[in-house]
Design a protein around this ligand. Structure first.
Ligand code: ATP
Ligand code: MG
Length: 403
């Protein structure tokens, strides 16, 4: 068994020694069967949240009412341990109205979304698979546990999860599940944006993004994602690009704004409820890209936006096939050769300026700095006190004549 399971085995052993059942479940089992790198390890158990908390020295209560406790091991790894449960009905298509703890593993597996995610594994690696997930994995298909439309009515996010998994695993969506999505697609509107955003980002990063975007369009599901309504053809354009090459969230969303031709970038990003930091970075990328289109990799662009942002914008343009000639090494070189990297590097400061000008602080200081930065970046003058003083005196003379 994979190395990351070792600590998990200790958790299962402790639960079993105390009379409970416990199994590995969900993504880690699926990924093990597929020989993929595993992500988080989830454990399902017959123990109640209180019993789990009592058995382990360090636990975090992340949702005891839903049965989930995080067990933190001595090496600070986190394992989600969840009591066997069934979910009540989802009258709002968002959250189960209630969860009921149940006695049997099979009942717990039955509430899970897809057959490939409803497989349990004992600590010895024995597979328990009442819904034939392993054979679906072999055939590379995504199939709901039970009737698709019933399962989508309980939780409409599952439709988007199906497409997200098809991207991550390069699986196809089984016919009834596909028809279910086509039929129930409008229910996606009821799901909270935050949940959609998480799935969408995973979808975009998957190796199978091309087919997944095609699926979004052919099922009609795309129309129930924020601002995607009129963009079916643009999504097909996006499908042609190696989107998965982008690593950061802001790079991904920059690409979306461009390819989907979103005129109001900020409004679009807000509708997906992205954190301010991500949204700001997207807008900065767009800014860099616009300037690049005008002037190529000019020194002032790289100076103003900084190395990291320039490299990110470059990455987005590479995926778009725009910045074919430029390379990240070239951008790095230009950045390294800049005589200054920020205002702090200028060897005279605001106090010096006021001394030279003999004036109070005012708007002119900001204007002067802007011109000074550009003169330095373009090496029209040396970053050295005497030269700077002379330049400032000349600048002030011109300023006085104009204002
Ligand atoms: P990943 O590797 O991306 O984390 P995962 O399969 O572990 O994939 P999670 O979102 O972490 O997916 O969920 C863990 C497990 O919980 C799933 O494998 C599935 O069994 C179950 N699950 C998660 N979300 C749902 C849902 N909306 N409806 C039904 N079951 C779900
Ligand atoms: Mg997971």
């Amino acid at each position: 068994m994979n190395k990351p399971f070792h600590q998990g085995i200790l958790i299962i052993e402790r639960l079993e020694e105390n009379g409970h059942e416990a199994y590995f479940v969900g993504g880690s089992v699926r990924d093990t069967l597929m020989n993929r790198v595993i992500g988080d390890i989830d454990i399902a158990t017959s123990a109640t949240p209180e019993e789990i908390q009592a058995l382990f020295p360090k636990t975090i209560d992340v949702g005891a009412e839903h049965g989930t406790i995080i067990v933190v091991t001595s090496d600070q790894e986190s394992y989600e341990v969840t009591t066997f449960r069934t979910d009540g009905t989802y009258t709002d298509n968002r959250h189960p109205d209630n969860v009921t703890f149940v006695k049997s593993l099979e009942e717990d597996l039955k509430r899970r979304d897809f057959t490939m995610n409803a497989i349990a594994m004992t600590k010895n690696g024995k597979i328990l698979d009442p819904f034939h997930g392993e054979s679906d994995i072999k055939r590379r298909v995504i199939r709901t546990v039970g009737k698709a439309t019933e399962r989508f009515k309980e939780d409409a996010l599952r439709m988007l999860r199906a497409v997200r998994f098809s991207s991550q695993l390069s699986f196809s969506v089984e016919a009834d599940t596909f028809l279910g999505i086509q039929k129930d697609r409008a229910l996606l509107e009821m799901v909270s944006v935050e949940r959609k955003t998480m799935e969408m980002e995973k979808l975009l990063k998957g190796q199978g993004v091309k087919n997944a975007l095609e699926l979004l369009v052919t099922t009609g599901l795309y129309a129930f994602l924020p601002h995607f309504g009129e963009k079916g053809n643009r999504l097909r354009d996006l499908a042609k690009l190696p989107v998965y090459e982008l690593k950061s969230r802001s790079a991904l969303w920059t690409l979306l704004v461009i390819v989907l031709e979103m005129d109001d970038a900020k409004g679009f990003l807000n509708s997906w409820k992205l954190p301010k930091k991500v949204s700001k970075s997207v807008q900065e990328n767009l800014n860099v890209i616009n300037q690049y289109k005008e002037k190529g990799w000019a020194k002032e662009i790289i100076y103003r936006s900084g190395l990291e942002q320039s490299l990110e914008a470059h990455q987005v343009m590479r995926v778009l096939g725009w910045d074919k000639l430029g390379s990240s090494i070239q951008i790095q070189k230009i950045y390294n050769s800049l005589p200054i990297h920020s205002l702090k590097d200028i060897v005279i400061d605001g106090h010096d300026l006021i001394k030279i000008a003999g004036e109070k602080r005012g708007k002119w200081i900001a204007m002067l700095y802007q011109d000074l930065e550009m003169a330095l970046v373009h090496e029209e003058l040396q970053n050295e006190r005497a030269a700077l003083k002379e330049w400032v005196c000349n600048w002030l003379q011109k300023y006085d004549q104009n204002y």
